[in-house]
Write a new protein. Structure first.
Length: 117
C-alpha cells in the first residue's frame, strides 16, 4: 500500500524555521521525483520545490534562497527545510511522488504550516 505521510508542520513566528518531512512507503522511492506543493486558503495549489531521483532541485521564485528540499533514499524520506518564514507561507503543505508514467503519481494528506506573530 502506497503511503506518503507528512509531518513537521505547526505554528511559527515570522522569521522562524520549520523542517517538514514526508515518509514514503509502498513504492520504489529512489526512482521517483519528489515534490512539495502548498495550498493557502482560497488559493490554488502551487508547486514549491522539486527534487529528482538524481538529486536535481528546483524552486518556486517565492521560496528561492529560503527553502531547501532534500531526500534520504535510505530512509525513503523527503524533507523541506523552510527558513525565514513569512506570513504568506501559511498553507497546507503536501508532498507528492512522481513516477515514470502518470499512472504512478501519489499524494500525501498534507500538514498545516501557519506563520503568525
Amino acid at each position: 500500500q502506497v503511503q506518503l505521510v507528512e509531518s513537521g508542520g505547526g505554528l511559527v513566528q515570522p522569521g522562524g524555521s520549520l523542517r517538514l518531512s514526508c515518509a514514503a512507503s509502498g513504492f520504489a522511492f529512489s526512482i521517483f521525483t519528489m515534490n512539495w506543493f502548498r495550498q493557502a486558503s482560497g488559493k490554488q495549489r502551487e508547486l514549491v520545490a522539486v527534487i529528482t531521483s538524481g538529486g536535481r532541485t528546483n524552486y518556486a521564485d517565492s521560496v528561492k534562497g529560503r527553502f531547501t528540499i532534500s531526500r534520504d533514499n535510505a530512509k525513503n524520506t523527503v524533507y523541506l527545510q523552510m527558513n525565514n518564514l513569512k506570513p504568506e507561507d501559511t498553507a497546507v503543505y503536501y508532498c507528492s511522488a512522481e513516477g515514470p508514467t502518470p499512472k504512478y503519481y501519489y499524494w500525501g494528506q498534507g500538514t498545516q504550516v501557519t506563520v503568525s506573530s
